[in-house]
Design a protein around this ligand. Structure first.
Ligand code: F6R
Length: 613
């Protein structure tokens, strides 16, 4: 949901800003812009469209100077259509102040009226523009005191923001602030950076300062000062970011999504290996009562991981699990009992609904376990500061909008946790535990094996990408996977795809099946295989093309008689199959998107990190 960045130092700011915007493009890509400060003047350039449009505009212009300070923005429109005018940065009427903003100013209409009553003329339809004019107002009221004006303006804002501000009268600093939107400062030598996400600057420095909500930072080229939003100075330790710069590059792959699909064996292995170092005692102990129920809350793909997790905890540890979509949980009035525990899952750790769900869980005094991929994310920091625990998935940066390696590593964490709880609950024996551990240890290798069959899916997608509808169906674990498979396909190929619990098909959805439909059956739960065969027959009889994703046949059934096409995944325990069976579906979505000429990394209308409601 928009990415912001900023640079102050001795180098040319523009190339850094453009490079950083490309790293942040996954957060929004309908328009972009930058503001440079040079010789007491603001130079603002903005363009509707991808960052390449802005870049071409700048290249053709060849700015005749080098600015050492600047801010930039890549947009995912919330208020006002994507256009040059609505792109950030926004400036005050005197061209003295420039602002970039990620978030939503909820009281912007009131503020706009208040400013219009003071003769301010607005140039855009955005909520952000009010910040620039408000800053101008307080700048004058404070007789040119920039810092104080920022404090006054921030006090008027309701909603969420990560903002960066330039002022022509203060060419030696950038002021930035955050509330409910991510903001990280990169500390370099003689230069400093700010960004919504670390990949923007890790090529230059891996020393980072994470801002908390309600904090403000002033960046100079040789140091940064951190403050509360009432102006008190703060001291904070820096964090070393382990991710290397290369992991945020495409590394020879045509798209981040394909690269990330192929990174799954390593990501799964890293996540598996680190799990035992994680301290879960606070969460396990909770209020002292044994675990009676787990509530898992998350959004999108992470919610699908939760659906798999439910089956895993119930099968392996015999603990009942409720799975709640975070945007529903946050507005509900959950019935809480002693013995309840909460797990909150979020790749980014910044999803607004998921954070709100965690805050509700905290209000209800539930022990919180966060599963996230991003070190220092709001989810991780708030979970810890509330006495909770954190499991990091070690997937590395996930840049493609459609989540892949985050999903499978979330599953790895949930399975490892489920068997751990199984031992504690005595629902699995020590020897079963070893068997499960061994099997989980082999999943990365099996994922690598599966990826070698990529071409099979590529060819299948070339034949089927034009179907009107694609339905995924399965039972139990396979149903949870089919939810994720359908989401992947609709996100990046824009094909209407849905997922059904296979048994539900005949209760209504089968009415939609016709000759323009592809039905993908995921059938890895061996005791239920024959049920799926019947379901495939039912849809085939209505003219649907069919694909079966399953384990190798041990001789009983002739797969050629079951479905039009079959994709075999490496053998594993039925319970663990989701970490493998999702991979062909990810590849199918990727190749359908390519066939349709879409950009799988940046699907229309979506953004990677949903930091607004
Ligand atoms: C789908 C996808 C989204 C995210 C969802 C939650 O491919 O990426 O559905 O899973 O927006 O994001 P996180 O996990 O960052 O909270």
């Amino acid at each position: 949901m928009c990415g912001i960045t900023g640079y102050i130092g001795r180098q040319d700011a523009a190339p850094y800003l453009l490079g950083a915007l490309k790293k942040l493009e996954y957060r929004g890509y309908d328009s972009s812009g930058l503001a440079l400060l040079h010789d007491g003047e603001l130079i603002v350039r903005k363009a509707k469209g991808r960052i390449s449009v802005l870049e071409e505009r700048l290249m053709s212009e060849q700015l005749p100077f080098m600015a050492n300070i600047g801010i930039a923005h890549t947009r995912w429109a919330t208020h006002g259509e994507p256009s040059d005018l609505n792109s950030h940065p926004h400036t005050d009427s005197e061209g003295r102040i420039a602002v970039v903003h990620n978030g939503i100013i909820e009281n912007y209409l009131d503020l706009k009226k208040w400013l219009q009553a003071r003769d301010v003329v607005f140039a855009s339809d955005t909520d952000t523009e009010v910040i620039a004019h408000l800053l101008n107002y307080y700048y004058k009221a404070r007789e040119g005191k920039f810092f104080e004006a920022v404090l006054d303006a921030l006090a008027r804002l309701e909603g969420s923001y990560a903002i960066a501000i330039l002022c022509t009268d203060y060419p030696d600093r950038i002021i930035a602030a955050r509330k409910d939107s991510p903001l990280i400062i990169g500390l370099g030598e003689g230069e400093n950076f700010l960004a919504s996400d670390a990949p923007a600057f890790i090529q230059y420095t891996r020393e980072a300062l994470f801002l908390n909500d309600g904090e403000l930072v002033v960046l100079y080229n040789d140091h940064v000062d951190l403050f509360t939003n009432t102006g008190e100075k703060l001291l904070r330790d820096t964090t070393h970011i382990e991710w290397d710069a290369e992991s945020a590059e495409k590394g020879g792959y045509p798209h981040f999504m394909l690269k990330e699909i192929h990174e799954q064996p390593k990501a799964l292995n890293d996540t598996y290996k680190k799990f035992d170092e994680i301290k879960l005692n606070d969460w396990l102990k909770g209020d002292g009562s044994p675990i009676e129920r787990i509530i898992i809350t998350a959004c999108g793909t992470a919610w699908h991981a939760a659906m798999v997790g439910k089956r895993a905890f119930e099968a392996l540890a015999r603990i009942p699990v409720d799975v709640e979509i975070a945007s529903e949980f946050r507005y509900g009035n959950p019935v809480i009992k002693s013995g309840d525990r909460v797990i909150v899952i979020s790749q980014s750790g910044e999803t607004a609904d998921t954070l709100a769900a965690m805050r509700l869980a905290k209000e209800k005094q539930l022990p919180i376990l966060a599963i996230t991929n991003v070190l220092g994310s709001t989810l991780a920091r708030e979970a810890i500061s509330n006495g909770g625990s954190v499991i990091y998935t070690l997937a590395g940066p996930e840049i493609a909008v459609a989540s892949t390696k985050a999903f499978t590593t979330q599953l790895m964490c949930l399975y490892l946790l489920a068997i751990k709880l199984g031992v504690l609950n005595k629902t699995i024996s020590d020897s079963d535990y070893s068997t499960y551990r061994n099997e989980l240890a082999q999943i990365p290798e099996k994922a690598a094996l599966l990826l070698k069959q990529q071409e099979v899916i590529q060819k299948f997608a070339a034949l089927q990408f034009n179907k009107d509808k694609v339905f995924f169906m399965g039972r139990q674990f396979d149903y949870a996977v089919s939810l994720e498979a359908a989401l992947k396909l609709k996100e990046i190929s824009y094909t209407h795809s849905e997922s059904f619990a296979a048994g539900e098909l005949k209760h209504g959805p089968i009415a939609l099946v016709d000759t323009r439909t592809l039905v993908v059956a995921i059938a890895t739960q061996r005791p239920l295989f024959e049920k799926l065969v019947s379901n495939i027959k039912e849809v085939a009889a209505r003219g649907a093309a069919t694909l079966l994703i399953t384990f190798a046949n041990k001789g009983k059934t002739n797969y050629d008689e079951v479905a039009d096409s079959v994709f075999i995944i490496p053998d594993t325990i039925d319970t663990f199959s989701p970490m493998l069976s999702i991979i062909p579906a990810q590849l199918f979505a990727y190749y359908c998107s390519i066939q349709k000429g879409n950009d799988p990394d940046k699907p229309r209308n979506l953004a990677k990190s949903v930091t607004v409601e």
